[in-house]
Write a protein that binds this ligand. Structure first.
Ligand SMILES: NC(=O)C1=CN([C@@H]2O[C@H](COP(=O)(O)OP(=O)(O)OC[C@H]3O[C@@H](n4cnc5c(N)ncnc54)[C@H](OP(=O)(O)O)[C@@H]3O)[C@@H](O)[C@H]2O)C=CC1
Ligand SMILES: Cc1cn([C@H]2C[C@H](O)[C@@H](COP(=O)(O)OP(=O)(O)O[C@H]3O[C@@H](C)C(=O)[C@@H](O)[C@H]3O)O2)c(=O)[nH]c1=O
Length: 299
C-alpha cells in the first residue's frame, strides 16, 4: 500500500513518519507546507511539498503520487488563533478538506481524516461515536464542517477523532500539556491549571498507531482514538510534576470563574474508545505510561 500523509511536519505527522517509514509493506509519501523538517531524521523519506488549501496542488500531487491511502493530519490547530483569524481557519480546516475529498473520491483513494473532541459542546462526556456535535468555538465549527464534507463523500473514508494530543516532535513550534507543565515547573514558573475541564489525553504515538490501523484495514466510519484515562488538566499537571519530581506548589488550581482563553473550551469531553478497541485492536498507553515514554524522548 502507498500512504500519503498531509501535515508531515506536525506532531502527529512526525509520529506517522516514524511509524510507517520502516514498514516494508508501506510506500510512504510525506507532504507538508514549507520545507521538510524531517530530512535529517529520515534521510530516505520521500517528501513532496503540498499546501492542501491549494486545489491545483492537491490534484497534481495526488494524481502524480497515486497513493492508495491518504492520512490527512494538516490543519490549523491553534484554537485561539482560529477564533481570531477565522478566514485562515476555514481555508486550512474546511476548504482544504473539500479539495481532498473531491480528489480522493475521483481516484478511489481511501481518506482518513483527523477530527477532534472540540466538535462537541462539553456538556457531557466522555463521548462515543454516536454523540451529536455542538461546537463552542470556531475551530470546533470548522472541524464539524470538515466532517460533514468527508461524510458526504462518494469515496471511501474514515474519521479519526482524538483529544488533547501530547508528545515530543522535532523542530516543533507548539507545546502540549505534558511538555508545558514540565518545562514551566522546571523553570520555577507558577502556572494556573483548570480543574473543571475533562479530557482523555492522547499520546501522539498511540494516535499514529490508531491511524495506521484505520488505513491498514481501509476502515470506514467514525472512530474515537484517544487515551482511556478521563482526567482534568489539573490532575494531569500533578501527575507530570510527580513523575519529574517537580514542585507542585507552583501549580495553582483554577476554574472557568478565574481562568479564560480567547476561545471557549468545551468543559466535559473525553472519548469512549470501545469501538476502536473492538474493531481495530486499538490499545493506547495510560497517561502515566505516556509521560514515561515522553520523558525518554526528551533532551
Ligand atoms: N493536537 C491536538 O491536541 C489535537 C489535534 N487534533 C487534530 O489532529 C490533526 C493533527 O494535529 P497535530 O499533529 O497536533 O497538529 P500540528 O499543529 O502539530 O500539525 C499540523 C500541521 O499541519 C500543517 N498545515 C497547516 N495548514 C496546512 C496546509 N494548508 N497545507 C499543508 N500543511 C498544513 C502545519 O504546518 P505549519 O507548521 O506550516 O503551520 C503543521 O505542521 C489535526 O487535524 C488536528 O485538528 C484533534 C484533537 C486534538
Ligand atoms: C495554556 C493553559 C491551558 N490550560 C488547560 C486548558 C486546556 O484544557 C488544556 C490545554 O489547553 P491548550 O490551550 O494548550 O490546548 P487546547 O487548545 O485546549 O487543545 C486543543 O487543541 C486542539 C487542536 C484540539 O483539537 C483539542 O482536542 C485540544 O487538544 O490545558 C490551563 O489550565 N492553563 C493554561 O495556562
Amino acid at each position: 500500500m502507498k500512504i500519503l500523509i498531509t501535515g508531515s511536519n506536525g506532531l502527529l505527522g512526525q509520529k506517522l513518519v516514524a511509524l510507517l517509514q520502516p514498514k516494508p509493506d508501506v510506500t510512504l509519501v510525506a507532504t507538508s507546507r514549507g520545507a521538510n523538517k524531517l530530512a535529517a531524521l529520515h534521510p530516505d523519506l520521500r517528501f513532496v511539498p503540498l499546501d492542501v488549501a491549494d486545489a491545483a496542488q492537491v490534484r497534481r500531487v495526488l494524481a502524480h503520487e497515486r497513493p492508495t491511502h491518504v492520512i490527512h493530519t494538516a490543519a490549523m490547530t491553534n484554537v485561539d488563533e482560529c477564533e481570531l483569524n477565522r478566514t485562515a481557519c476555514w481555508e486550512q480546516n474546511v476548504t482544504a478538506v473539500a479539495h481532498l475529498v473531491e480528489v480522493c473520491a475521483a481516484l478511489d483513494i481511501h481518506l482518513t481524516h483527523l477530527s477532534t473532541d472540540f466538535i462537541f459542546s462539553g456538556d457531557a462526556g466522555p463521548l462515543d461515536e454516536e454523540a451529536v456535535p455542538a461546537p463552542v468555538n470556531f475551530y470546533g465549527e470548522s472541524k464539524v464542517a470538515a466532517e460533514q464534507l468527508v461524510r458526504a463523500s462518494a469515496g471511501r473514508w474514515a474519521i479519526a477523532r482524538t483529544v488533547l494530543v501530547y508528545g515530543v516532535a522535532h523542530e516543533y513550534g507548539r507545546t502540549n500539556i505534558v511538555l508545558w507543565v514540565r518545562d514551566s515547573l522546571r523553570a520555577g514558573k507558577p502556572i494556573k491549571v483548570v480543574a473543571d475541564q475533562w479530557r482523555t489525553p492522547t499520546l501522539a504515538e498511540d494516535l499514529a498507531e490508531g491511524c495506521w490501523l484505520l488505513a491498514r484495514h481501509s476502515a470506514q466510519g467514525i472512530y474515537h482514538l484517544s487515551g482511556d484515562d478521563l482526567l482534568t488538566p489539573h490532575a494531569m499537571a500533578l501527575q507530570v510534576a510527580d513523575f519529574f519530581g517537580l514542585d507542585k506548589a507552583l501549580i495553582e488550581r483554577v476554574d472557568a470563574s478565574t481562568f479564560s482563553q480567547p476561545a471557549r473550551r468545551p468543559a466535559r469531553t473525553g472519548f469512549r474508545i470501545d469501538k476502536a478497541r473492538r474493531d481495530l485492536g486499538y490499545a493506547p498507553h495510560s497517561f502515566a505510561e505516556g509521560i514515561n515514554i515522553v520523558s525518554r524522548q526528551c533532551e
